[in-house]
Design a protein around this ligand. Structure first.
Ligand SMILES: *Cc1c(COP(=O)(O)O)cnc(C)c1O
Length: 425
């Protein structure tokens, strides 16, 4: 198909995510992707500065992942996962449990981050219900993001986009993201929440709140908040859909926090961006609360594509890549290069704040603007013209580059960011 025909069909038939079609710019047609680059129909290439929403951490069309997919394609595409099982799921489970925080024992499969969160919330509600307790409140962090289905949306911070749905949300109480400065106050707040409400679960994005423009929370303070909730029987849910699989410098952000979650939500880089897949992992304690003679105590939740074999084989191959010494070394190198660059621009007059953790680097510009407003679009366009794909969030520019990025490529990224700071007004 020609680029013109693609765009014509797109305009005629397609309703894009997160888009107001009345004033949206024409979408960019991508012809193919390879390594750390996207290619358009005119032969231009663009460095994928955000790993296509944190999925393609091993670069696009990574040969190891492609081979795993090809080897599976003639064996088994899909089969019902209720009452049946297969090698790809058995293989992936062993590999994933081996790298997850060691209290995680059971894996529940679905297809996207939102459903992994939905399942986590339901597990927590029913965990209490099965033990004769009705706990109906979820506690979440201010400015969190957990997805777009109802439970996940309820737990996410209120935004202008949620207006039509607010009346239908589940009961959520929000607390500020813990820092060293507000910890005492938060712990007091949590004490009164626990006195006044029947709290089922506490959901949090460990270390980094992605959609809040890469805000960092303090590991030690968060640990104390999690401990406090767990002491009161509240289920701790770590939403690692974004932070999972190496992005914060460790396999999981929870590895850097003393308190271990009861449930972990995973998706995005789980399959290295090849197949849509998600997993909600949990401890034996959670699983055991559903294990009973009574049928109704089971978790009656299921998605048609649960445990899809093609997703499982690429996820296994992605874990092999993640745990390889080459990738582990590069994650540390990118983390260090990011830190050096952050130090270099810290005092730049157009930089209000710069922060980095693992491969994530975020720069708050010293200007005010709307989250998806015109200025933000100009910034997007500026980087696109210079050959880099970024999605600024309001005045925050951030990168989450693939782990396969080389020193030369990262240098080019930093040079471009500096050029932007110099030229953009
Ligand atoms: C992206 C994201 C989700 C939602 O995942 P989808 O696959 O888009 O439904 C949930 N939580 C976090 C932290 C995310 O970054």
């Amino acid at each position: 198909m020609s680029k013109e025909k693609i765009l014509k069909n797109d305009q005629k038939y397609i309703w894009h995510p997160l888009t107001q079609h009345k004033n949206a710019a024409e979408p960019l047609a991508i012809s193919h992707a390879s390594g750390n680059y996207l290619f358009d129909f005119d032969g231009n290439k663009y460095f994928d500065g955000i790993s296509s929403w944190y999925t393609c951490s091993y670069g696009h069309t990574n040969p190891k992942l492609t081979t795993a997919l090809k080897n599976q394609v003639d064996q088994l595409h899909h089969v019902v996962f209720a009452g049946m099982t297969h090698e790809p799921a058995a293989m992936l489970s062993e590999k994933l449990i081996a790298i997850l925080p060691n209290n995680q024992q059971k894996l529940f499969f679905s297809e996207n981050g939102s459903t992994s969160v939905e399942i986590a919330l339901k597990m927590a509600f029913q965990y209490h219900f099965n033990q004769g307790e009705k706990r109906n409140v979820v506690v979440a962090l201010d400015n969190g993001f957990h997805g777009d289905t109802f439970g996940a949306m309820s737990a996410s911070s209120l935004s202008v986009y949620n207006g039509p749905f607010e009346d239908f949300f589940i009961d959520v109480i929000r607390i500020p993201a813990p820092t060293k400065d507000n910890l005492e106050q938060i712990l007091q707040g949590v004490t009164s929440i626990l006195e006044e409400h029947e709290v089922s679960s506490f959901i949090y994005e460990p270390l980094v709140q992605g959609a809040a423009a890469m805000q960092l929370n303090d590991a030690e303070s968060l640990c104390q908040v999690i401990n406090k909730f767990q002491q009161h029987g509240v289920i701790a849910i770590a939403d690692e859909v974004m932070t999972g699989f190496g992005k914060t410098g460790t396999n999981f952000a929870s590895d850097q926090i003393g308190a271990k979650p009861d449930i972990i939500c995973l998706s995005k880089a789980l399959t290295g961006g090849i197949m849509p897949m998600a997993i909600t992992s949990c401890t034996q304690k959670i699983f055991d609360a559903f294990y009973d003679e009574q049928l109704a105590k089971g978790l009656f939740h299921g998605h048609t594509y649960s445990g899809n074999p093609l997703g499982c084989v690429v996820a296994s191959a992605a874990i092999d890549l993640l745990t390889s010494s080459d990738i582990q070394k590069r994650i540390q190198e990118i983390s260090n290069w990011n830190k050096d660059f952050a130090n270099q621009i810290e005092n730049h007059h157009k930089v209000a704040d710069v922060r980095s953790i693992g491969v994530i680097l975020a720069i708050d510009l010293a200007i005010e603007m709307e989250r998806y407003g015109n200025k933000r679009n100009e910034i997007f366009q500026w980087f696109w013209k210079q050959g880099m794909f970024l999605r600024p969030l309001g005045k925050t520019i951030y990168i989450v580059p693939p782990f396969t990025s080389t020193k030369e490529e990262m240098n080019d990224v930093y040079i471009l960011l500096l050029k932007f700071l110099t030229e953009f007004n």
